[in-house]
Write a protein that binds this ligand. Sequence first.
Ligand code: HEC
Length: 209
Amino acid sequence: MFSTSKLILLSLTLALIGVSPEKAAKTPSREGPEYTTDGQLRFPRNYRDWVWLTSDFHRASDPLKPQAGERRLFNNIFVNPEAYKAFLRTGRWPDRTMLVVEQRTAVEMGSTNPNQKGTDQNSVIGIGVHVKDDARFPGKWAFFGFQSGKSTASMIPATAACYRCHASRGAVDTTFVQFYPTLLPTAKSKDTLSPAYLQARRTLPAATK
Ligand code: HEC
């Protein structure tokens, strides 16, 4: 079931066209969300210096119905260091947490790679950001998708599928901590796994929990 969820995520975030990390390196580092006066989120330019949570490798199409020429993509997930440290202490995300999913195309390893067989990451094709800001958003969290060359993004409306899937399937406070191996033990020991996740886990096949 989760593989289907991930595929939906891919198809949704595929729509978010890339922001180049080269451009991203120019401004000073900052922690926590920053907004323009009209309420757009500023691109977190230093996200590549943050804590890496995981990388997933997905088919772009449904694995049960493979399509000719289908693409595979990598999702690399990062969180700002302050929020990461707070999570390790408490099992909860503090106010002003920012999580970034960076999507990259996948290429078969070429002859320059001594391993020969396997897959490498290539260019960024999309960036999605999940922000916790208690005072600003009625649901405390909001999603943003950055389009090509843009340094700001509007909030994705709260009616979008992003919110429903994350709220009903994310293990901790609308985030997919079940896939972040350095955080899951803390969530378990601090007893912060969401009731919705615990309920869903009872009905999922073991491999997808
Ligand atoms: C059907 C389920 C589903 C939908 C819809 C979905 N996601 Fe996700 N999302 C996931 C899963 C599963 C992960 C865990 C990482 C992975 O498997 O790649 C994730 C991880 C993320 C993360 C990393 C931080 C976190 O919250 O765990 C961000 C950011 C994110 N998604 C953004 C989005 C955005 C933006 C949208 C809407 C355009 C969206 N997602 C829609 C399932 C979904």
